[in-house]
Design a binder for this molecule. Structure first.
Ligand SMILES: Nc1ncnc2c1ncn2[C@@H]1O[C@H](COP(=O)(O)OP(=O)(O)O)[C@@H](O)[C@H]1O
Ligand SMILES: O=C(CO)[C@@H](O)[C@H](O)[C@H](O)[C@H](O)COP(=O)(O)O
Length: 478
């Protein structure tokens, strides 16, 4: 019986793909153990397919994401993979990709392992995409939803493609997030299925009625046939149509979750916990009481949004677009400057040296507002550096100021005292940009009026596995 209690969780993040094998453990206080986990960089950034997207376009090559996924699976212990009895998938929300029904992938072999390879697919247009400017967004119909629509949201991107690249859209008849695509390919679904968590992240979805704003969208000429069917998170989307690595054919696969909700699921033990996730982006999250319903009018100026969680409950979320990606940009800039100066240095070396330097530099007067990508509620506010004095120019000063700026920016979106008013007593830190950065941890601890503890390194993958373990297989005897 114990042989059937392992679930696989996958998280398709913006920077890396993670996978975790989780087993029920009645003896453990958490009720589960992580048997093995793995993360691989996706390195999937690529030029936009439509030239009209300009430099604001942010796209990823789906083939590289799937390659990283397969590298993760290949690194997991085979004797555990063959025990997997459920697969949970989560990933970067808001983004959209397209494929041709029946031609989205081809099953083949990588060595001895059965794998699927993307075929008739588009790039993934990610949540970081900035092609929908304020003027374009203002031209879109008003959604009948409590969530407003921002650039990088699936429906906004589809509207943009409809206007700027209608021929491109005609080449495909199915769409979803990258994680919806993976679920559809694993199960051989003819129509993609989406959880309300991801549907809400596309815009034009009403979480109360659990339906797309079909009338509004149709009236605006939107290709509504591209909208996936929607089901509750925690439901099974289908079963694997082929053996995948050592995972048997016929294994249940859950409908894909948002990485935000999957991270929270992995570590929020009590309603009085808040979760601070720092990966490519940053989210500060608190759970709302079970009867809570958000106001039905979208407010584009609000820095806190209410995202659907499980069982019709909501999470209050301050989702900043500027997190680990800002540190990554800084590292990339330094590496590029060094190259321009004729010196070669590895990015990983720069990360460890700058974190070390900032750890020695306990304080700084240098102030960095790190909003390089703007924020959804303030799209035109870019980054700035102030209080520059000649004594604060070292790598340590700049790195500390960057880390502090990321945390302060979040505080400006959701003042930490507000969390106290909601009854929060503890903050759980998650995400690898946080777990790998001692200085960011120090700045978090310094800014929050609560104790901060830390979850797993591959949180969303563990959360996705746990949802399958606890919500789907809980009827089973282990
Ligand atoms: N060697 C490193 N040391 C510390 N932080 C790193 C290192 N490499 C990457 N990072 C940080 O991790 C972030 C990506 O985290 P990750 O969890 O992989 O993101 P995602 O879940 O969005 O794919 C980067 O944006 C960067 O800030
Ligand atoms: O933007 C929001 C919510 O609005 C984020 O919470 C959401 O999780 C998105 O998926 C992220 O922006 C991408 O996640 P990650 O790759 O940074 O982990």
């Amino acid at each position: 019986m114990a042989a059937r209690s392992v679930t696989l969780g996958i998280d398709l993040g913006t920077t890396s793909v993670k996978a975790a094998l989780v087993e029920a453990a009645r003896g453990d206080p958490s009720g589960f153990v992580v048997l093995a986990s793995c993360a691989r960089p996706a390195r999937a950034e690529t030029a936009a397919q439509s030239a009209a997207a300009g430099p604001q376009g942010q796209e990823q090559d789906v083939r590289r994401i799937i390659q990283a996924l397969h590298e993760c699976l290949a690194a997991l212990p085979r004797q555990q993979l063959c025990k997997v009895c459920g697969i949970g998938v989560s990933g970067q929300m808001h983004g959209v990709m397209f494929w041709k029904t029946g031609q989205g992938c081809e099953w083949t072999k990588a060595g001895a392992a059965p794998v699927f390879e993307p075929r008739a697919v588009s790039h993934l247009v990610t949540w970081q995409d900035g092609r929908c400017g304020s003027k374009f967004l203002a031209s879109l119909p008003r959604p009948e939803s409590h969530l407003s629509v921002a650039t990088g949201f699936g429906c906004a991107t589809i509207f943009w493609l409809l206007k700027n690249s209608p021929e491109f859209l005609k080449s495909y008849d199915a769409a979803g997030t990258i994680h919806d695509y993976v679920v559809a390919m694993l199960c051989g679904l003819t129509r993609p299925l989406m959880s309300d968590q991801n549907a809400a992240s596309w815009g034009y979805f009403n979480t109360r009625s659990q339906s797309w704003n079909l009338e509004i969208l149709r009236d605006a000429g939107f290709p509504v046939h591209l909208l996936p069917d929607v089901t509750e998170p925690g439901n099974v989307a289908g079963r694997t149509s082929q053996a995948w690595f050592e995972i048997p054919k016929g294994t249940p696969v859950g409908v894909a979750l948002g990485d935000l909700q999957a991270s929270v699921y992995s570590c929020m033990a009590q309603r009085t916990d808040a979760v601070l996730n720092i990966s490519t982006s940053v989210q500060l999250v608190a759970s709302m009481p079970s009867g809570f319903r958000p106001a039905q009018t979208p407010d584009p100026a609000a820095p806190v949004a209410y995202f659907p969680y499980f069982d019709r409950t909501y999470l209050a979320v301050a989702a900043s677009l500027n997190g680990g990606n800002v540190l990554a940009m800084f590292v990339h800039m330094l590496v590029q400057w060094m190259a321009d100066l004729g010196l070669e240095v590895e990015e990983s070396t720069v990360y460890s040296r700058m974190i070390q330097a900032a750890a020695q530099q306990r304080d700084t007067c240098l102030t960095i507002t790190p909003t390089v990508l703007g924020e959804r509620h303030l799209p035109d506010q870019l980054a700035s550096v102030t209080s520059i004095s000649s004594s604060d120019l070292s790598l340590g000063h700049v790195t500390r100021a960057l880390c502090r700026g990321i945390v302060q920016n979040l505080h400006s979106m959701l003042p930490f005292q507000q969390l106290q008013e909601w009854g929060v007593e503890r903050v759980i830190g998650s995400g690898s940009a946080l777990s790998r950065n001692e200085v960011l941890k120090q700045e978090v601890q310094r800014a929050f009026p609560f104790p901060v503890s830390y979850g797993q390194d591959v949180d969303a993958a563990v959360g996705a596995a746990l949802v399958m373990l606890q919500r789907n297989l809980n009827q089973q005897e282990y």
